[in-house]
Write a protein of this length. Structure first.
Ligand SMILES: [Zn+2]
Ligand SMILES: [Zn+2]
Length: 450
């Protein structure tokens, strides 16, 4: 399914700037194209509203742009390998608007014009009525979904006719509604790290009705994991954790599709296997993998929930038992804004064992951290409820939660965005798609990484 993806902020700004009660209005969007299972995801990067002098003709039922407005935008798109979206309004049309015969004619000419200029796209047309929108591939009848991502992930135009809901989900449909349940079934969810917290996330997602998974973890099950690895049994020691997670999903939802990748998200291939998913859970315990997923989420406009549990002890006593769950999504501060990533630790975690042995600043792996299933379950459940609030309109506002087990308190908080952040702002990776490099290792040989 082709998709046009906006940040919530951009979408609202576009709506606001195009609002004119009388005349039709136009804009051109520049998109970064991400290939996705025989279709494409178009990430809106830039919005150019047509100024009054850019119209050749403009009245209550038509709007035609001057080529002088389109040509430089098309040239830039060709140079950067971007796609274009031609936006116009039907300010009088109620309900979901329909493209007119004149729209179709105009689009065919535009598509021809772009073809001659090598703007390969895919290019699209987006139409706003008074209340709703509709989109399609330029000059065709192939409709495309329109999504916004921010505090929520909303499908503002859903071109799918598939509305099936399974009987097993009856009780939660009473909470979420059939439409949201159906949307859950069509989402692809990535889980990075399927250990202590990730295995619980996977189990809950399968029960919720998620039917498409991409699971990434390079670890094998160890004997000391069995106190908390949901779905694992003693005979699984030595088996890849992703296989255990896949088995767990299939036990609950035999029809589910699982792509199990036994690899590290620090490596290019595993990281790029996530660029086509609709949502990510970051359940890893290293800063380097968090750094990769943090950037991937903003760069590809994929909402992500990052979570962690921490138990600190000293002087023979437990000092602190805490947990954190937070949404990484456009409009919300990323981990870099919040200084949650230590660049020296990230650098060391990217090293191979040999490189680490030679690094004068490496202070050693340290003792294994304590880990308890009840704390993992608490944080995982908070994360899943937040997920439902983001994608299924569950009425819950919290997008960052801090748990203090010693006091017995869960507190909602929010962090301030750094306006020119290198990850989550338009000055950084936000919405750049494959135009920017992810901070990953590229394997050039079986034994050599760079
Ligand atoms: Zn029209
Ligand atoms: Zn940031």
């Amino acid at each position: 399914m082709n998709e046009l993806v906006f940040t919530e902020e951009d979408y609202l700004s576009l709506l606001h700037r195009l609002s004119d009660d009388k005349f039709e209005s136009c804009a051109i969007l520049t998109t970064s194209i991400v290939p996705k299972h025989r279709s494409a995801r178009m990430l809106v990067q830039q919005i150019q509203i047509a100024p009054p002098d850019a119209y050749r003709k403009r009245n209550t039922s038509a709007a035609i742009l001057e080529p002088a407005f389109i040509v430089p935008i098309a040239k830039a798109a060709r140079k950067n390998g971007n796609g274009l979206v031609f936006v116009h309004t039907h300010p009088w049309e109620l309900g979901v608007p329909s493209f007119s015969a004149i729209d179709s004619q105009g689009e065919k000419l535009l598509q021809e014009f772009l073809g001659k200029r090598d703007v390969a796209g895919p290019n699209a047309a987006l139409l706003f009525g008074k209340e709703h929108c509709r989109a399609r591939l330029l000059g065709t009848d192939t409709e495309i979904n329109v999504l916004t991502v921010g505090a929520t992930r909303q499908v503002v135009f859903d071109s799918s006719s598939q509305k099936h809901v399974r009987q097993v989900h009856d009780r939660q449909v009473r909470l979420l509604g059939a439409e949201a349940q159906n949307r859950l079934g069509r989402m692809v969810v990535g889980v990075v790290g399927v250990g202590g917290t990730g295995s619980i996330i996977v189990q809950q997602l399968a029960h919720l009705g998620i039917e498409n998974f991409v699971l990434v973890d390079h670890d094998l099950v160890e004997g000391t994991n069995l106190n908390r690895l949901v779905g694992a049994q003693p005979s699984d020691v030595g088996t890849p954790k992703v296989n255990i997670a896949e088995r767990q999903v299939k036990l609950i939802a035999p029809h589910a599709q699982v792509t199990a990748i036994q690899g590290s998200v620090l490596d290019s291939d595993a990281a790029h296997s996530l660029v086509g998913v609709d949502f990510i859970f970051c359940c890893t315990d290293t800063q380097a993998s968090r750094a990769v997923v943090n950037q991937l989420a903003y760069q590809y406009l994929i909402p992500c929930i990052d979570m962690g549990v921490s138990i600190t002890s000293g002087d023979g006593a437990i000092q602190r038992i805490s947990g954190r769950v937070q949404l990484l999504s456009p409009g919300h501060a990323c981990l870099t804004c919040q200084d949650l990533l230590d660049s020296n630790i990230v650098r060391q975690e990217f090293m191979t064992t040999e490189q680490r042995a030679q690094d004068p600043y490496f202070i050693g792996e340290g003792e294994p951290q304590p880990a308890v299933i009840s704390l993992n379950s608490t944080m995982s459940s908070l994360a899943i409820t937040m997920f439902l609030a983001v994608v299924a309109e569950l009425p819950s506002k919290a997008r960052q939660l801090n748990y203090d087990a010693m006091i017995g308190r869960v507190r909602s908080s929010s962090a301030t965005r750094y306006p020119t952040c290198v990850v989550c702002s338009r000055y950084g990776a936000l919405g750049r798609g494959k135009e920017w490099r992810l901070p990953v290792r590229i394997v050039v040989d079986d034994n050599i990484s760079k």
